[in-house]
Write a protein that binds this ligand. Sequence first.
Ligand SMILES: NC(=O)c1ccc[n+]([C@@H]2O[C@H](COP(=O)([O-])OP(=O)(O)OC[C@H]3O[C@@H](n4cnc5c(N)ncnc54)[C@H](OP(=O)(O)O)[C@@H]3O)[C@@H](O)[C@H]2O)c1
Length: 257
Amino acid sequence: MGALTGRRALVCGASRGIGRAIASALGGAGASVCLLARDRDALERVAGELGGRAVPLVADLDDPDRAAAAVEAEIAARGAFHVLVNNTGGPPAGFLLEAPAVEFERGFRRHVLAAQMLTRTVLPGMIEDGYGRIVNVVSTSVRQPIPGLGVSNTIRGAMASWAKTLADEVAPHGITVNNVLPGATRTGRLEALIVAWARRDDVPADEVEERMRAEIPMGRFGEPREVAAAVLFLASPDAGYITGVSLPVDGGRIRCI
Ligand SMILES: NC(=O)c1ccc[n+]([C@@H]2O[C@H](COP(=O)([O-])OP(=O)(O)OC[C@H]3O[C@@H](n4cnc5c(N)ncnc54)[C@H](OP(=O)(O)O)[C@@H]3O)[C@@H](O)[C@H]2O)c1
Protein backbone atom coordinates (compact mmCIF):
# COMPACT_ATOMS: atom_id res chain seq x y z
CA MET A 1 0.00 0.00 0.00
CA GLY A 2 1.36 3.42 -0.98
CA ALA A 3 0.41 6.76 0.60
CA LEU A 4 -1.92 7.46 -2.34
CA THR A 5 -3.39 4.02 -2.96
CA GLY A 6 -7.05 4.38 -3.96
CA ARG A 7 -6.59 8.04 -4.90
CA ARG A 8 -6.89 9.54 -8.40
CA ALA A 9 -4.51 12.29 -9.50
CA LEU A 10 -4.73 14.68 -12.45
CA VAL A 11 -1.25 15.80 -13.45
CA CYS A 12 -1.05 18.61 -16.01
CA GLY A 13 1.97 19.02 -18.26
CA ALA A 14 2.72 15.35 -17.71
CA SER A 15 4.25 14.54 -21.10
CA ARG A 16 7.73 15.89 -20.25
CA GLY A 17 9.97 17.43 -17.64
CA ILE A 18 8.77 18.12 -14.12
CA GLY A 19 5.16 17.03 -14.77
CA ARG A 20 6.30 13.69 -16.08
CA ALA A 21 8.42 13.11 -12.95
CA ILE A 22 5.45 14.10 -10.76
CA ALA A 23 3.20 11.61 -12.55
CA SER A 24 5.78 8.92 -11.94
CA ALA A 25 6.15 9.80 -8.24
CA LEU A 26 2.39 9.86 -7.61
CA GLY A 27 1.94 6.61 -9.55
CA GLY A 28 4.76 5.08 -7.51
CA ALA A 29 2.85 6.02 -4.33
CA GLY A 30 -0.17 4.05 -5.55
CA ALA A 31 -2.31 6.76 -7.20
CA SER A 32 -4.09 6.24 -10.50
CA VAL A 33 -2.80 9.07 -12.65
CA CYS A 34 -4.44 10.96 -15.48
CA LEU A 35 -1.77 12.56 -17.66
CA LEU A 36 -2.81 15.83 -19.31
CA ALA A 37 -0.86 17.61 -22.09
CA ARG A 38 -1.13 18.28 -25.84
CA ASP A 39 1.27 15.68 -27.28
CA ARG A 40 -0.68 12.41 -27.51
CA ASP A 41 2.30 10.23 -28.50
CA ALA A 42 4.41 11.50 -25.61
CA LEU A 43 1.53 10.98 -23.16
CA GLU A 44 1.06 7.43 -24.37
CA ARG A 45 4.76 6.74 -23.88
CA VAL A 46 4.60 8.05 -20.29
CA ALA A 47 1.40 6.07 -19.64
CA GLY A 48 3.20 2.96 -20.91
CA GLU A 49 6.08 3.56 -18.49
CA LEU A 50 3.65 3.86 -15.57
CA GLY A 51 1.93 0.59 -16.47
CA GLY A 52 -1.77 0.15 -15.74
CA ARG A 53 -1.77 3.13 -13.36
CA ALA A 54 -2.00 5.92 -15.95
CA VAL A 55 -4.30 7.18 -18.69
CA PRO A 56 -3.55 9.98 -21.16
CA LEU A 57 -5.84 12.99 -21.54
CA VAL A 58 -5.05 15.19 -24.53
CA ALA A 59 -6.00 18.80 -23.81
CA ASP A 60 -4.64 22.30 -24.43
CA LEU A 61 -4.52 24.56 -21.35
CA ASP A 62 -4.41 27.59 -23.65
CA ASP A 63 -8.15 26.88 -23.99
CA PRO A 64 -9.18 26.47 -20.34
CA ASP A 65 -12.90 25.94 -21.07
CA ARG A 66 -12.25 23.02 -23.41
CA ALA A 67 -9.61 21.56 -21.11
CA ALA A 68 -12.07 21.71 -18.20
CA ALA A 69 -14.75 20.04 -20.34
CA ALA A 70 -12.30 17.22 -21.14
CA VAL A 71 -11.56 16.79 -17.42
CA GLU A 72 -15.30 16.79 -16.66
CA ALA A 73 -15.79 13.97 -19.18
CA GLU A 74 -12.89 12.06 -17.60
CA ILE A 75 -14.49 12.40 -14.16
CA ALA A 76 -17.82 11.17 -15.57
CA ALA A 77 -16.04 8.16 -17.11
CA ARG A 78 -13.64 7.14 -14.31
CA GLY A 79 -14.55 9.04 -11.15
CA ALA A 80 -13.39 11.97 -9.05
CA PHE A 81 -9.86 13.32 -8.72
CA HIS A 82 -8.33 13.69 -5.27
CA VAL A 83 -5.07 15.35 -6.32
CA LEU A 84 -4.74 18.13 -8.90
CA VAL A 85 -1.29 19.21 -10.05
CA ASN A 86 -1.46 22.50 -11.97
CA ASN A 87 1.62 22.56 -14.18
CA THR A 88 2.16 23.74 -17.73
CA GLY A 89 4.66 25.25 -20.14
CA GLY A 90 6.33 28.46 -18.98
CA PRO A 91 6.00 31.77 -20.88
CA PRO A 92 8.82 32.58 -23.33
CA ALA A 93 11.95 34.41 -22.18
CA GLY A 94 12.31 38.14 -22.79
CA PHE A 95 12.45 41.54 -21.15
CA LEU A 96 9.20 42.86 -19.69
CA LEU A 97 9.19 46.07 -21.73
CA GLU A 98 9.61 44.14 -24.99
CA ALA A 99 6.80 41.64 -24.37
CA PRO A 100 3.72 41.93 -26.59
CA ALA A 101 0.32 42.08 -24.87
CA VAL A 102 -0.64 38.72 -26.34
CA GLU A 103 2.10 36.98 -24.29
CA PHE A 104 0.63 38.31 -21.04
CA GLU A 105 -2.85 37.21 -22.11
CA ARG A 106 -1.69 33.75 -23.14
CA GLY A 107 0.33 33.31 -19.95
CA PHE A 108 -2.58 34.35 -17.74
CA ARG A 109 -4.95 32.01 -19.58
CA ARG A 110 -2.57 29.03 -19.61
CA HIS A 111 -1.54 29.33 -15.96
CA VAL A 112 -4.11 31.17 -13.84
CA LEU A 113 -7.35 30.66 -15.75
CA ALA A 114 -6.58 27.03 -16.55
CA ALA A 115 -5.84 26.34 -12.87
CA GLN A 116 -9.06 28.12 -11.88
CA MET A 117 -11.20 26.16 -14.37
CA LEU A 118 -9.66 22.79 -13.53
CA THR A 119 -10.00 23.48 -9.81
CA ARG A 120 -13.69 24.29 -10.15
CA THR A 121 -14.13 21.08 -12.13
CA VAL A 122 -12.40 18.72 -9.67
CA LEU A 123 -13.50 20.38 -6.42
CA PRO A 124 -16.98 18.83 -6.01
CA GLY A 125 -15.47 15.33 -6.20
CA MET A 126 -12.75 16.21 -3.67
CA ILE A 127 -15.36 17.56 -1.26
CA GLU A 128 -17.62 14.54 -1.71
CA ASP A 129 -14.78 12.03 -1.22
CA GLY A 130 -13.27 13.98 1.71
CA TYR A 131 -9.76 14.25 0.25
CA GLY A 132 -8.28 17.10 -1.77
CA ARG A 133 -4.74 18.24 -2.53
CA ILE A 134 -4.05 20.97 -5.06
CA VAL A 135 -0.38 21.51 -5.84
CA ASN A 136 0.80 24.18 -8.27
CA VAL A 137 4.19 24.07 -9.96
CA VAL A 138 5.18 27.73 -10.09
CA SER A 139 8.73 29.17 -9.85
CA THR A 140 11.18 30.75 -7.42
CA SER A 141 10.38 34.00 -9.24
CA VAL A 142 7.36 34.26 -6.92
CA ARG A 143 9.87 35.34 -4.27
CA GLN A 144 12.69 36.74 -6.38
CA PRO A 145 11.95 37.81 -9.97
CA ILE A 146 14.37 36.38 -12.55
CA PRO A 147 15.90 38.96 -14.93
CA GLY A 148 14.89 38.32 -18.55
CA LEU A 149 11.67 36.46 -17.69
CA GLY A 150 9.31 39.46 -17.66
CA VAL A 151 6.01 37.77 -18.51
CA SER A 152 6.81 34.69 -16.48
CA ASN A 153 7.65 36.72 -13.34
CA THR A 154 4.35 38.59 -13.71
CA ILE A 155 2.19 35.51 -14.21
CA ARG A 156 3.88 33.58 -11.35
CA GLY A 157 3.00 36.37 -8.93
CA ALA A 158 -0.64 36.21 -10.06
CA MET A 159 -0.62 32.44 -9.70
CA ALA A 160 0.73 32.62 -6.15
CA SER A 161 -1.93 35.16 -5.13
CA TRP A 162 -4.63 33.01 -6.73
CA ALA A 163 -3.40 29.96 -4.82
CA LYS A 164 -3.26 31.73 -1.44
CA THR A 165 -6.79 33.03 -1.91
CA LEU A 166 -8.05 29.59 -2.93
CA ALA A 167 -6.33 27.98 0.06
CA ASP A 168 -8.49 30.06 2.41
CA GLU A 169 -11.69 29.30 0.54
CA VAL A 170 -11.30 25.50 0.47
CA ALA A 171 -9.65 25.06 3.89
CA PRO A 172 -13.00 24.43 5.66
CA HIS A 173 -13.30 21.27 3.52
CA GLY A 174 -9.89 20.02 4.63
CA ILE A 175 -8.56 20.58 1.11
CA THR A 176 -5.04 22.00 0.83
CA VAL A 177 -3.53 24.28 -1.81
CA ASN A 178 0.23 24.71 -2.03
CA ASN A 179 2.89 25.80 -4.49
CA VAL A 180 6.19 24.15 -5.29
CA LEU A 181 8.78 26.61 -6.59
CA PRO A 182 11.39 24.88 -8.75
CA GLY A 183 14.78 26.48 -9.16
CA ALA A 184 16.85 25.67 -12.24
CA THR A 185 15.75 22.12 -13.00
CA ARG A 186 17.19 19.97 -15.76
CA THR A 187 14.37 19.82 -18.37
CA GLY A 188 13.64 20.93 -21.93
CA ARG A 189 12.41 24.26 -20.52
CA LEU A 190 15.78 24.91 -18.86
CA GLU A 191 17.68 24.01 -22.04
CA ALA A 192 15.49 26.39 -24.06
CA LEU A 193 16.10 29.23 -21.59
CA ILE A 194 19.86 28.68 -21.65
CA VAL A 195 19.87 28.81 -25.47
CA ALA A 196 17.70 31.98 -25.44
CA TRP A 197 19.93 33.75 -22.91
CA ALA A 198 23.11 32.71 -24.73
CA ARG A 199 21.72 34.19 -27.95
CA ARG A 200 20.59 37.36 -26.16
CA ASP A 201 24.01 37.94 -24.55
CA ASP A 202 25.99 36.61 -27.54
CA VAL A 203 27.96 34.14 -25.39
CA PRO A 204 28.32 30.33 -25.51
CA ALA A 205 25.59 28.30 -23.75
CA ASP A 206 28.27 26.81 -21.43
CA GLU A 207 28.99 30.28 -20.09
CA VAL A 208 25.31 30.89 -19.30
CA GLU A 209 25.12 27.52 -17.52
CA GLU A 210 28.21 28.35 -15.50
CA ARG A 211 26.76 31.72 -14.51
CA MET A 212 23.53 30.07 -13.39
CA ARG A 213 25.30 27.38 -11.38
CA ALA A 214 27.38 30.02 -9.62
CA GLU A 215 24.16 31.48 -8.15
CA ILE A 216 23.14 28.15 -6.61
CA PRO A 217 24.74 27.33 -3.24
CA MET A 218 24.58 23.62 -4.07
CA GLY A 219 26.45 24.32 -7.31
CA ARG A 220 24.24 22.16 -9.52
CA PHE A 221 20.89 22.13 -11.31
CA GLY A 222 17.99 20.23 -9.77
CA GLU A 223 16.53 17.05 -11.20
CA PRO A 224 12.79 16.77 -12.03
CA ARG A 225 12.45 13.92 -9.52
CA GLU A 226 13.61 16.27 -6.74
CA VAL A 227 10.73 18.65 -7.49
CA ALA A 228 8.38 15.67 -7.79
CA ALA A 229 9.34 14.46 -4.30
CA ALA A 230 8.10 17.75 -2.80
CA VAL A 231 4.85 17.53 -4.77
CA LEU A 232 4.34 13.94 -3.61
CA PHE A 233 4.74 14.98 0.02
CA LEU A 234 2.25 17.87 -0.35
CA ALA A 235 -0.22 15.49 -2.04
CA SER A 236 0.05 12.89 0.72
CA PRO A 237 -2.15 12.45 3.81
CA ASP A 238 0.81 13.45 6.04
CA ALA A 239 0.70 17.00 4.63
CA GLY A 240 -2.95 17.52 5.62
CA TYR A 241 -2.24 20.52 7.89
CA ILE A 242 0.00 22.36 5.43
CA THR A 243 -1.82 24.84 3.22
CA GLY A 244 -1.18 28.16 1.50
CA VAL A 245 2.61 27.72 1.42
CA SER A 246 5.18 28.08 -1.35
CA LEU A 247 8.01 25.57 -1.05
CA PRO A 248 11.20 26.30 -2.99
CA VAL A 249 13.13 23.33 -4.39
CA ASP A 250 16.11 25.28 -5.62
CA GLY A 251 19.40 24.18 -4.04
CA GLY A 252 19.33 27.33 -1.89
CA ARG A 253 19.19 29.83 -4.75
CA ILE A 254 16.54 32.18 -3.30
CA ARG A 255 18.29 34.72 -1.09
CA CYS A 256 15.36 35.67 1.18
CA ILE A 257 14.75 33.92 4.51
N1 LIG B 1 12.81 23.65 -15.50
C1 LIG B 1 13.07 24.71 -14.74
O1 LIG B 1 14.23 25.07 -14.51
C2 LIG B 1 11.93 25.49 -14.14
C3 LIG B 1 12.23 26.44 -13.13
C4 LIG B 1 11.19 27.17 -12.57
C5 LIG B 1 9.89 27.00 -13.03
N2 LIG B 1 9.65 26.08 -14.01
C6 LIG B 1 8.26 25.96 -14.47
O2 LIG B 1 7.75 24.68 -14.13
C7 LIG B 1 6.80 24.29 -15.15
C8 LIG B 1 7.25 22.94 -15.75
O3 LIG B 1 8.55 23.11 -16.23
P1 LIG B 1 9.32 22.05 -17.13
O4 LIG B 1 10.75 22.44 -17.06
O5 LIG B 1 8.91 20.66 -16.79
O6 LIG B 1 8.74 22.45 -18.58
P2 LIG B 1 8.76 21.60 -19.94
O7 LIG B 1 9.84 20.62 -19.95
O8 LIG B 1 8.68 22.65 -21.00
O9 LIG B 1 7.36 20.81 -19.88
C9 LIG B 1 6.15 21.52 -19.94
C10 LIG B 1 4.98 20.56 -19.91
O10 LIG B 1 3.77 21.32 -20.03
C11 LIG B 1 3.03 20.86 -21.15
N3 LIG B 1 2.35 21.99 -21.78
C12 LIG B 1 2.93 23.10 -22.32
N4 LIG B 1 1.99 23.90 -22.81
C13 LIG B 1 0.79 23.29 -22.60
C14 LIG B 1 -0.56 23.62 -22.92
N5 LIG B 1 -0.87 24.75 -23.56
N6 LIG B 1 -1.53 22.76 -22.56
C15 LIG B 1 -1.23 21.61 -21.91
N7 LIG B 1 0.02 21.24 -21.60
C16 LIG B 1 1.02 22.07 -21.93
C17 LIG B 1 4.05 20.20 -22.06
O11 LIG B 1 3.47 19.17 -22.83
P3 LIG B 1 2.92 19.29 -24.33
O12 LIG B 1 3.91 20.07 -25.10
O13 LIG B 1 2.77 17.85 -24.73
O14 LIG B 1 1.58 19.97 -24.21
C18 LIG B 1 4.99 19.56 -21.04
O15 LIG B 1 4.46 18.34 -20.59
C19 LIG B 1 6.79 25.43 -16.17
O16 LIG B 1 5.77 26.34 -15.88
C20 LIG B 1 8.15 26.06 -15.98
O17 LIG B 1 8.22 27.37 -16.46
C21 LIG B 1 10.61 25.33 -14.56
